[in-house]
Each structure stands twice: as C-alpha cells, then as structure tokens.
Design a protein around this ligand. Sequence first.
Ligand SMILES: [Zn+2]
Length: 231
Amino acid sequence: MPVRHQERHLTGRISWLRAAVLGANDGIVSTASLVLGVAAAHSTHSNILVAGVAGLVAGAMSMAAGEYVSVHSQADTEQAELARERVELKTDDESEHKELTAIYVARGLDPSLAKQVAEQLMAHDAIGAHALDELGISETLSARPIQAALVSAGSFAVGAALPLLVTVIASEARLIPLVSGTSLAFLALLGGVAARVGGAGVTVGAIRVLFWGALAMALTAGVGALFGTVA
Ligand SMILES: [Zn+2]
C-alpha cells in the first residue's frame, strides 16, 4: 500500500498574502505621512482627521482601480492566449500533439512515454493540458481582477486605519510622536511578516520597510512644516 504524504502547497495563498501585506504597508506609509504632514503644518485636530480619512478613501480607491486594471489586462491576455490555443487545437491537432510531446521530452520523459502522456492528457482535456504545460496558465494562479482589487483596497484601508486610530486617540501635542512611533512599529511588524511569508530574513525585511517608511514620513512632515511656516 503506497504511503500518501500530505504536502500543503501555499503558492496561491502566498501571493494573496503578500499582496495584502504590501497593501497594508502602503496604507500605513501614505496615511501616516499625510497625517504627519498636515499636523506639521499646524492644522487643527479635526482638519488632520479629515485629511487622514480622505487619504484612506482616495488611497483605497486608487489601489483598487490600479489593481483591477492591471489584473484585468493580465486576464485579457490569458483569455486571448487560450482562444488562440483553442483554434490551433481545432485546426492542427497533429502539431499540437507533437508540441506537447516535445514539452514532456524537454522535461525529462522518454519520447515514447512523452507521446503516450500527451495523447492521454489531450484525450482527457486538450485545452487544459496545453494551458498548463505550454502557456503556464493554471486555475490556481489565473487572474481574478475583482478579488485582487478588493484585497488591495481592503488591505490598504486596514493599514491606513492604524495611524488614523492613533490620530483619533492622541492629543494635538503628542500626535506627531505617537503617530510616527506606532506607524513605524506596525511597519516593522508587517515588513517582518512579509519577509517571513516570502522565505526571506525577517530582520532585513523589517529594516527595509522601516527605512522607506521613516523616509516618507520625515519628508512629508518636513514639507508640511515648511508650508505651515509660509501659509
Ligand atoms: Zn499548444
């Protein structure tokens, strides 16, 4: 009796997780920077909050729009490739058999076994076999524009909500140190998680995100302070 070993491939889930972590990262950096910039310009607490909420909505919508358009164009390309493949399968079955056989030979199968495998797979599901082994289009990784847009907008909004919550709680005097301090802590955490999920070093991942986050916040606060003095 062959022993079945359970292997859990997270490939599909990893790409979603990475997209969510990066989306939340964007939300924290852009909203915290916005809040710090407006605060550094000596705006009132309510104006800072309004700017932060507007930043959350604008950022989430632009992430959703960008993700939807880019993933949709990927989906369009995939559909066009599949449509072309269907025509080729209909008009030139013999070459398509040879093509798939050659792919399996290149992957290490004996020519006779490769021919047999190609014949059986094409008899079972010709377009499926060609989509996967020739075009690299698999059901698991195929483009899903709506889901991608929702994940992107949702994760951005969750990320942006963190510095906004701190802004609601913090007094005007302590707003800048509290928002920048907590946002950097959230970023370090997310950077570490993203690195861990991707199989990279947690510390390096955290430091990389911290550096760019701190730079974005410092620059925006600097510009805000500048405008605050001239306005
Ligand atoms: Zn083909």
